[in-house]
Structures are given as structure tokens and as C-alpha cells.
Design a protein around this ligand. Structure first.
Ligand code: ADP
Ligand code: GLC
Length: 510
């Protein structure tokens, strides 16, 4: 029997309020599953100007406070959003003065320039410090503080340093989850002063120093009771160095006994082909007729002619280096020679957008590119495609390959991170496996994997087998939430045994 816990998450995204990528999906689905299993859950996020507040949610103002900020303080305002009983409460954290940290377009980047806002370090430092002040003000201690990614990475540190004597945290365990080591928050050292630490703590190899700068993610990794990431393979990869560790492999290896990999789940309610409201027809594992209708509708929506009726390869992705778009560029000719059509939905770097737009302009019968954030189209691509391509350079977990598997859309992926943990190469002889996988980050290997997939697609029986294999597995959050329950229990045991990181213990390890 599980004991219900009180859990507070700190994150920059939660769907549908604010979502840029998978982080928003994961925070939403994990926290909802935790509510369903009886935990009391609050999720703190910045009060973004561009928040999408679901209609049924009610807002109430809480009292504001002043938040320590360098030698002085800054005013914070808090609003609580409450929705249906099976959803967590969402605490919206805002600056109440004229700094306008969150009152601007977009989230991390300026949508005009696609560049990160220059004061992102201050924005997320403020969010974290203010969220902790608000939580202390609730008057009821939490069992677990769960911080996600660099935007919330200072929370475990503040708890065990500035707030070390505070009763509010005396029994609280802290967890830091890495969703993507490619975004660390590496900034100039003056930011340390804003975080309330003297310059004397900034010296080579101190917990607050990283190649002459301050690294938010390093702080989170060092001060959390336990560290997790979003797949077992990624948990290993990030400790091996090379391109996966992004310079933090040494720091992670120092904590190797405290790093866990818990594979994300998917929201199997939102992503259910049998009830998906975004689709022109529904379907399931037993009856795939609706999928053929979705496929026809997608071809039409993409502007493809009816003939040739080549297999459709879908991609829904942030257009950034991580996602392996360089391989599409490198293999452009070979891809265009394949008897396949490509539908891509994504926003991101101008370079990749121009490349994809050019392909769609030159070969409108074979390439379709939509540049927008479009939830409905994302669902229609998942449902209407035959194959789904994810040639990632690295992939902490990846959600789209799991959506694809559930929708009978066969993933073609590079064997990295969560993709390696979820997709297994299909063997036409034994009929085991649920997709097509390549190892090295090479355009040729990607094209070979696509060729193997297209060959299987041309044999109806084989294709049914690979589709069915993928559709058979339960990818829901129930499994992942069990993993987090165990992680919380382990961290709480450490706290009750007094085994927690302190400023002294963290400094001593260096
Ligand atoms: P990441 O978090 O690295 O972007 P994930 O695979 O974990 O990768 O999650 C990406 C999520 O964002 C998926 O739910 C995907 O469908 C969604 N997504 C990405 N780009 C778009 C877009 N342009 N329109 C709609 N959904 C998108
Ligand atoms: C990150 C990763 C992605 C992962 C998501 C949710 O954005 O890039 O692989 O699925 O976080 O954990």
C-alpha cells in the first residue's frame, strides 16, 4: 500500500498551460497520474503572458511577498489555478514590479529573433526563488520537491543552503530531473551574486563554477538528494562523455550512485487513436480501417496527388540540431529518390526551416512542410503516416516514437537514449520488433533503415505484424509513476537518515 505524499513540482512548462516540447507533456501527465494515485500535488510554473488557461480552471490570488535578490529583494505575485479534481493545482509565479520577466511574447526565446531572451538567467532564478517563498507560505510542509531541468535547478540548492534551517524543508526530499542536458543555463558569474552567494564561493571546481562561468544544471545535479533522467539509456550515455555528457559527465559520474533513468510514459487519454478528437476517423489495434481514412485525409491536407500513393513518412519536431535534421540535409538526394512522401511539422532554427521550405516548394508532390505549433496537425500526422522518422543526434526520451507506436505508425529511429529503450528492429523472419533502427549518426544509415521499412511496408502481412507489435504495449504513465514513487521513497529514506547534501558536503566532493 502506497502512502499518499505531498509533492511540489517546479518546472517551466506544463501542458496545456505552457508547452514548448516534451517537458510540458511530461510534467502534466506525471502530475495528473500522481493525483490519481492519491498524492497531493502542486505544480509551480512562471506566470507566462502567453499561458493557455483551460476554460474550466479558476484563478485565485494568493498574497505576494518580497523575494531575496542579491543584496536586496524583488516583489513577487502568486496566483493559484485550480481545475478538475483529477488535476494538480498550478501555482503561477510572477514578478510584481516592472522587470516584466514573464510579460512578453513566447517562452524562452523571442519569437521575432528565435534567440533566447538575454535575461533568461535572471528570469528563472527569480522564478525558482519566488516559488520556494510561496511554498513556504502555504504553512504545510511538502514531502517531495521535484525540480525539472535547468530552469528550476536552483531549488534543491536554495533548500539546502539559504533555507537549510527552515522548518518548511526539514523533512522534504529533493529530486532533480534532467530532461535535456543540451540546455544547461551557462551564464556569467555575476549571476551568483543574485542567487545570494558571495564571490568567494566562485573558484575553479567549486560547485558554482564551470569553466569560468556559472552552470544552473550543475547546481541542480550537485544539490539534489537524487537525480533522475528520462530513460535508462540516457542515464548511462550522459555519464560517458563525448557529445552526450555535454561537459557535465564528470559531475554526473561523481553522483553516479544517485542517478536513475525512468522512462517517460505518454498521456494515453490524449493520445488514443480510438477516441482522438483531432482525427477524421478513429481506429484501434483490432480495426485499422480508420487509419486508412486518416492517411487519405493527411495526403489531401498535405496537398499530395492521389498518384503515386507512396508511403507517408511523418515528422513532428522542434527544428533544432538535437533532432538530426543535418542527416536530412546530408541525404537530401537519396531521400528524394525513395518511393516515399514526407510530411514535416516543426518550428525552430531558420536554417532548417529554409531547407524544408525549399524541398516543399521544389517537390510539392513529395514533401510537405508546415511551420507552426499545431496540436491537431501533430495528431493527424501521427495517425495518418505509415512511418515516423526520428533521426536524433541524442534523445533523452522522446515521446513521438511512443505516440507513433500506439497509432500503428512504425518508427524509424536512431538508437540513442529513449529511442533505444522503446524501439527494436523488426525481424521479418521471427516477426519480432516494432520499428527500424540505425546506430551511427550517418545519412546513409538513416536511408538504409528507411529502405528496410519500405521493403516491409510492401508486404501487407509483415506490415500488419510490425504495426501490431507496436500497438500491443502499454506506454501509459502508470509504469513511470511507479518508478517515481520508488525514487521518492528512496530519497525520503535518506532525508530521515540525515543523508542530505549540504553546502559543506557538496564542496568537499570537489
Ligand atoms: P522534445 O521535448 O525534445 O521536443 P519530445 O519527443 O519529448 O521532444 O516531445 C515533443 C512534443 O512536442 C511532442 O508532444 C510533439 O508532438 C510536440 N511538438 C513538437 N513540435 C510541435 C509542433 N510544431 N506542433 C505541435 N506539436 C509539436
Ligand atoms: C526533452 C527531451 C525529450 C524528452 C522530453 C521530456 O525535451 O529532448 O527527449 O522526451 O524532454 O522528458
Amino acid at each position: 500500500m502506497r502512502t499518499p505524499l505531498s509533492v511540489v513540482h517546479l518546472a517551466s512548462e506544463i501542458a496545456p498551460f505552457a508547452k514548448v516540447g516534451g517537458l510540458g507533456d511530461v510534467v502534466a501527465a506525471l502530475s495528473a497520474e500522481q493525483v490519481r494515485r492519491g498524492h497531493r500535488v502542486v505544480v509551480a510554473i512562471p506566470h507566462w503572458r502567453d499561458l493557455s488557461l483551460p476554460a474550466s480552471w479558476k484563478l485565485s490570488d494568493l498574497s505576494g511577498t518580497r523575494v531575496p535578490w542579491g543584496m536586496g529583494d524583488e516583489p513577487a505575485r502568486f496566483t493559484m489555478a485550480e481545475g478538475p479534481d483529477d488535476m494538480p493545482s498550478v501555482l503561477l509565479v510572477d514578478h510584481a514590479g516592472d522587470r516584466r520577466f514573464f510579460h512578453r511574447p513566447g517562452f524562452y526565446d523571442d519569437p521575432q529573433t528565435h534567440e533566447g531572451y538575454p535575461d533568461n538567467a535572471e528570469r528563472f532564478l527569480f522564478f525558482t526563488r519566488a516559488a520556494l517563498e510561496a511554498i513556504k507560505g502555504f504553512g504545510e510542509p511538502f514531502d517531495v520537491l521535484h525540480a525539472h531541468d535547468q530552469q528550476a535547478a536552483w531549488a534543491p540548492c536554495f533548500m539546502r543552503t539559504h533555507d537549510a534551517e527552515d522548518y518548511a524543508w526539514s523533512g522534504t526530499a529533493s529530486i532533480f530531473t534532467i530532461h535535456n542536458l543540451g540546455y544547461q543555463g551557462i551564464v556569467d558569474p555575476w549571476v551568483l551574486g543574485l542567487a545570494g552567494f558571495p564571490r568567494s564561493m566562485f573558484f575553479p571546481h567549486s560547485p558554482f563554477e564551470y569553466h569560468g562561468r556559472v552552470n544552473f544544471m550543475k547546481v541542480g545535479i550537485l544539490f539534489a538528494d537524487l537525480v533522475s533522467t528520462v530513460s535508462p539509456t540516457y542515464a548511462r550515455e550522459i555519464q560517458t562523455g563525448g557529445e552526450y555528457g555535454y561537459g557535465l559527465e564528470g559531475v554526473l559520474r561523481r553522483r553516479t550512485g544517485d542517478v536513475r533513468g525512468i522512462l517517460n510514459g505518454i498521456d494515453d487519454h490524449d493520445w488514443d487513436p480510438a477516441s482522438d478528437r483531432w482525427l477524421p476517423a478513429q481506429f484501434d489495434r483490432e480495426n485499422l480501417a480508420g487509419k486508412a481514412a486518416c492517411r487519405r485525409a493527411l495526403a489531401l491536407e498535405s496537398g499530395f496527388p492521389m498518384d503515386p500513393d507512396w508511403p507517408i513518412v511523418g515528422m513532428v519536431t522542434r527544428l533544432v540540431e538535437q533532432k538530426g535534421l543535418d542527416l536530412l540535409e546530408a541525404a537530401e538526394r537519396a531521400l528524394c529518390d525513395l518511393p516515399a512522401r514526407f510530411v514535416v511539422l516543426g518550428v525552430g532554427s531558420p536554417r532548417y526551416m529554409e531547407f524544408l521550405r525549399r524541398l516543399a516548394d521544389e517537390r510539392p508532390w513529395q514533401w510537405s512542410f508546415e511551420t507552426a505549433y499545431d496540436e491537431g496537425l501533430a495528431h493527424r500526422i501521427e495517425a495518418g503516416s505509415d512511418l515516423f522518422l526520428m533521426p536524433s543526434r541524442y534523445e533523452p526520451c522522446g515521446l513521438n516514437q511512443m505516440y507513433s507506436l500506439r497509432y500503428g505508425t512504425v518508427p524509424v529511429v536512431r538508437a540513442t537514449g529513449g529511442l533505444a529503450d522503446t524501439v527494436r528492429e523488426f525481424d521479418p523472419i521471427t516477426r519480432d520488433g516494432n520499428g527500424f533502427v540505425f546506430e551511427n549518426f550517418l545519412g546513409d544509415e538513416m536511408v538504409m533503415a528507411l529502405r528496410r521499412a519500405l521493403a516491409a511496408h510492401s508486404e501487407r502481412e509483415l506490415w500488419r505484424a510490425v504495426q501490431r507489435n507496436g500497438m500491443a504495449r502499454d506506454w501509459s504513465w502508470r509504469v513511470a509513476a511507479d518508478g517515481y514513487d520508488r525514487l521518492y521513497a528512496e530519497a525520503l529514506e535518506r532525508v530521515s537518515g540525515g543523508r542530505i547534501p549540504t553546502l559543506e558536503s557538496v564542496q568537499d566532493t570537489f
